[in-house]
Design a protein around this ligand. Structure first.
Ligand SMILES: C[S@@+](CC[C@H](N)C(=O)[O-])C[C@H]1O[C@@H](n2cnc3c(N)ncnc32)[C@H](O)[C@@H]1O
Length: 313
């Protein structure tokens, strides 16, 4: 078994999600190849862990890697928002919940699903087997305006309209079926100067399509609500994000739950019924990787860890 993913902010996860009692239950919502799970299980010999991932192939890698911890770890191939929404009320509540969002190096390098603009692979980008609209379906069938919105909203791509127009024109000549084809169309759609920037000109378009295919932002918002509901009082949620769209959702969620009243400022009296804050934000500013980590793994440079603790009432 070869592991290709470098787990970001590992020491920080271990320190902020340290157990505060005996026999704690953890949920790793985004197990991937199991890097954070392995670190948690080997550092804290008394914890039990539930490992989730929407991708059954990568979860198999984690199962193999985490064999030494048999008996303390369970695996579940599911979307984290589904798992948390259906968490049985009579089960032990988790004490720590970790999200390390997005996709893994495994997806770019080994999945064969068209996540990377460097590979000539079928354009699927699906993480879960239950999805029905692939990236190829989107680029071949969605109206150009809808594609432009996706690329702008989920990729923050300033040339979204030009790219969408180029995709709509290209598909007239034949279906766009591979990641390499998509990357080539985007490359030629953007201005010459933009082709030689810090990142490949198709990076943002690929990110946008992946987020849209997998409904990543909607799943995150739903999952955070339910994570807080199922978490044991005094328990912690840690979230690692990689771009501003995700980070904004997490920051606003924690800030909202830290308020003891959510009535508008103009309200003459409180009617929201929330009479206490639901979390304490532990990381007033997001935790970012050290220079040493960024040197070891340049891809970690955009990662941010935010942690909140559920108020015990
Ligand atoms: C950045 S990787 C996790 C890497 C892992 N923490 C490690 O150290 O090896 C994110 C993982 O989350 C999974 N994932 C993304 N969104 C998900 C969702 N909504 N539900 C379940 N799994 C998801 C992806 O399939 C991927 O394997």
């Amino acid at each position: 078994m070869e592991v290709v993913h470098y787990s970001v902010l590992k020491d920080e996860v271990l320190s902020y999600l340290k157990p505060s009692g005996a026999g704690e239950l953890y949920i790793d919502c985004t197990t991937g190849e199991g890097g954070h799970s392995e670190a948690l299980l080997s550092t804290y010999s008394d914890i039990n862990l539930v490992c989730l991932d929407a991708d059954k192939d990568i979860l198999k890698v984690a199962e193999e890697r985490l064999k030494p911890f048999k008996g303390r770890v369970k695996f579940c191939n599911t979307w984290f928002n589904h798992y948390l929404a259906n968490y049985p009320t009579d089960s032990k509540r988790p004490d720590k919940i970790l999200f390390d969002l997005g996709i893994s190096t495994y997806h770019y390098e080994k999945s064969g699903r068209g996540f990377s603009f460097r590979k000539d692979e079928p354009l699927s980008m699906e993480l879960g087997a239950d999805l029905v609209v692939s990236a190829a379906d989107m680029v071949n069938n969605y109206p150009a305006e809808r594609l432009a919105d996706i690329i702008y909203n989920y990729g923050e791509e300033r040339y979204s309209r030009r790219i969408a127009k180029a995709l709509a024109e290209a598909r007239e000549a034949g279906a766009i079926t591979t990641a390499a084809q998509l990357a080539d169309i985007v490359y030629h759609a953007v201005p010459e100067a933009y082709r030689h920037g810090k990142i490949h000109p198709a990076t943002r378009t690929f990110q946008a399509l992946r987020i849209a295919v997998n409904g990543e932002l909607e799943r995150l918002s739903e999952a955070l609500e339910n994570a807080l509901k199922v978490l044991a009082p005094g328990g912690r949620i840690g979230v690692i994000t990689f771009h501003s769209l995700e980070d904004r959702i997490v920051k606003n969620f924690f800030r909202d739950k830290e308020k003891d009243c959510i009535c508008p400022d103009s309200a003459p009296r409180c009617t929201c019924g929330r009479n206490h804050r639901m979390v304490n934000i532990i990381t007033k500013k997001p935790i970012v990787p050290s220079d040493k980590e960024i040197k070891e793994n340049a891809a970690s440079r955009s990662s941010k860890l935010r942690v909140a603790e559920k108020v015990a009432v």
